[in-house]
Write a protein that binds this ligand. Structure first.
Ligand SMILES: Nc1ncnc2c1ncn2[C@@H]1O[C@H](COP(=O)(O)OP(=O)(O)O)[C@@H](O)[C@H]1O
Ligand SMILES: O=c1ccn([C@@H]2O[C@H](COP(=O)(O)OP(=O)(O)O)[C@@H](O)[C@H]2O)c(=O)[nH]1
Length: 235
């Protein structure tokens, strides 16, 4: 029987496409690695309609599970404040509830991940459409460990957004309606894409905040464990 490589050695080959490696009597299926500038990262996408409670639950997850929270919307709002040349374009898109071009958002997310020493990231509110998703996966070579989908009715989300009171330019009824439409038409297909890959965990986000977090706590360790054991499969 020949030498059997372990998962680390296989990962070290830096092969990003699915490959079957025949070593001795063992067949390994090598699946894509989540690499970022040489660093291996775990990424969880946190998706759900506007006001479903993504940011609120991410704060809880950070405290309990040691992730770094990256809100795509917060990064875009910081970019406006920084006086960047893209600021006016981003502000206009947000006011209209439209999706900012992928390259702008991906660059901000990539920079934030490279700057941060953590290797576990919650990406909140991104990808918002199929083009965002494909561009992110192609550019970063990262695919998410899994997707948390906070499911909530529009009626409840509208109530929450109108009460959020953070002075946001898009928390007015006219823009909220546009954001709901964009969510249904553009963002739900992203969730559907990952659902076909069995990567989506749907959470009932209509419950009170502590109850939603109880549900998150009940599934998150299991989803992370499942992801870890899927990286290398022994046939
Ligand atoms: N489960 C919940 N029940 C009631 N209000 C909530 C719940 N989750 C969040 N909120 C409130 O609703 C508003 C929107 O929540 P937020 O986390 O900012 O949503 P998102 O990031 O999905 O837009 C906030 O004012 C927040 O305090
Ligand atoms: O990847 C992203 C994330 C956010 N946005 C813009 O930022 C707004 C606010 O998004 P955020 O996630 O902060 O809030 P939510 O709408 O989920 O409450 C969206 O309506 C979009 O206009 C975007 O274009 N791309």
């Amino acid at each position: 029987m020949g030498t059997v490589m372990d998962a680390t050695e296989i990962a070290a080959q830096e092969c990003y496409t699915k490959t079957v490696v025949h070593l001795g009597n063992v067949l390994y299926v090598q699946v894509p690695e989540n690499m970022l500038g040489g660093k291996k990262v775990t990424v969880v996408f946190v998706l759900g309609g506007p006001g479903s409670g993504k940011g609120t639950q991410c704060t809880n997850i950070v405290e309990h599970f040691g992730f770094t929270h990256l809100s795509a919307g917060d990064l875009l709002r910081a970019e406006i404040k920084s006086g960047s040349e893209n600021g006016t374009m981003i502000e206009n898109m947000i006011k209209e509830g439209k999706i900012v071009p992928s390259e702008v958002t991906i660059k901000l997310l990539q920079e934030a991940m490279i700057k941060n020493e953590n290797d576990k990231f919650l990406i909140d509110g991104f990808p918002r459409n199929e083009e965002n998703r494909a561009a992110f996966e192609n550019v970063t070579k990262i695919s998410p460990a899994f997707v948390l989908f906070f499911d909530c009715s529009e009626e409840e989300m509208e109530r929450r957004l109108l009460g959020r009171n953070q002075g946001r330019v898009d928390d007015n009824i006219e823009t909220i309606r546009k954001r709901f439409k964009v969510f249904v038409e553009s963002s739900l297909p992203v969730i559907e894409h990952y659902n076909t890959k069995d990567k989506v965990k749907k959470i009932d986000a209509a419950k009170p905040i502590p109850e939603v977090f109880e549900d998150v706590k009940a599934i998150l360790p299991h989803m992370l464990q499942r992801h870890r054991s899927s990286v290398t499969t022994y046939l």
